[in-house]
Write a new protein. Structure first.
Length: 140
């Protein structure tokens, strides 16, 4: 039981760090000031933020499950692989965001988010979750 408790704490720490780093990186790449927009009550950016955390949490969960199923994997190896999959997840979310934004010529996500278009925020959340499901499927 002590081993499981230690693993839980370690993976929780790694997962939270990966989620915060992923959020920071995506915030840098999407030209909207997430903290300021959330302070201003921009629900669209709130939806996007929720999508980032949910999507990365799902990818990290899949990486942890994948590592726990490999009986010979050490905790250090599992943590390293989880971090790698977390990075892949961040890259996949960014790629998904920009590809859909390029393909969807009817409106621009960046502008829609700045204009507090909640529907656009929900759509981005959906893109992020869809990408996370794909990445998760590959991991497992």
């Amino acid at each position: 039981m002590l081993t499981v408790a230690i693993e839980t704490i370690v993976y929780l720490g790694v997962g939270l760090v990966m989620m915060m780093l992923g959020y920071f990186i995506i915030d840098l790449l999407i030209p909207v000031d997430f903290p300021q927009e959330i302070n201003d009550g921009n629900k669209a950016v709130g939806w996007v933020s929720a999508g980032i955390y949910a999507a990365l949490g799902y990818v990290i969960r899949s990486a942890i499950i994948s590592n726990s199923m490999a009986e010979a994997a050490s905790l250090l190896q599992g943590v390293a692989e989880t971090a790698i999959y977390g990075v892949i997840g961040v890259l996949a979310l960014v790629l998904g965001y920009f590809l859909v934004d390029i393909v969807n010529r009817k409106f621009n996500f960046n502008e829609a988010l700045k204009e507090k278009n909640e529907a656009a925020g929900i759509m981005v959340l959906g893109i992020f979750l869809g990408v996370a499901f794909i990445v998760s499927g590959v991991i497992q």
